[in-house]
Design a protein around this ligand. Sequence first.
Ligand code: GLN
Length: 332
Amino acid sequence: MKTLRLIPAIALAGLLFSYTAIAQNYQAAIDNAYSKYKDLKEGANADYIKELANVDPDIYGIAIVTTDGKVYSKGDLSSRVSIQSISKVFTLAKILEEQGPQAIMDKIGVDATGLRFNSIVAIELQKGKEINPLVNPGAIAAVSLINGADSAAKWRNIQQVHNEFAGSTLLVNGPVYVSEAGDNLRNQAIAHLLLAYGRMYFDPVQATDVYTKQCALNVNAKDLAVMAATLANGGTNPVTKKKVVSPETAAYTMSVMETAGLYDNAGQWLFKTGVPAKSGVGGGIIAAVPGKFGIAVISPPLDAAGNSVKAQRTIEAIIAELKANPNLVMPK
Ligand code: GLN
């Protein structure tokens, strides 16, 4: 009888022990990567958007949010940077949710361009087709496609989905928006070229403007980690518990992140980590480990492809230490 009563107690102790061990693993992996890379000085802030050159290059924050809503972090969690291209992920998710995957396949495309994120040649090579939603042409086309009768309605839709993924109200970084909006002739050219090919679904000037505003949403590392964790958790925010998109939408979104999340370096990234990820020229990178956790790192200095140097190294190191590469399977 006594032994019978002991069994649940032992099981509970075992569960608690394994939970504590996992929690320690997450924190230790973050701490180790932080000490390893905190003094790394490679790369440079983006400066083609003038305001980004003024951002403190020493901001360095790491956060993990698990699919059961636990948060682990280290470094600068209070500084916010503009989300930039990471926003492309959430606008894509909203279109998938509202219009289905066929709309994305038919009207934008899902193949990697293999070229720079703001490549005009990429559009020309494909005559406006197969421009995936995580590089500028596909992302501006996505803003033109998202539900909303006018640019204010499109913007509200975009803002809402970002807030729901983050579980908080994200604000626009005014100086970054003004700085990019006054100087984005290249993105305007991209939008007009797509229009010429019949692949722009709204006024190109207004679509580019809403796209620029979306890129200027301000986030810290924890906001980004919650956003990534919502994808990793099948589209339901693990902190607020709100269903933001369906599991199918989350899966389609993560597939495009695997293909093109780090632009022309997406193949190298996937080879090293196996995880869907997305970078932005503000210095953030998110990665989602399906079913397990979302991770985000902010560090503004970028490499030649426009990806944060320190964020890439940090996430790579943490994924390796946690053996979290989804393709890494121990034989039975
Ligand atoms: N707003 C930026 C642009 O359009 C986003 C680019 C990025 O983060 N790669 O150039």
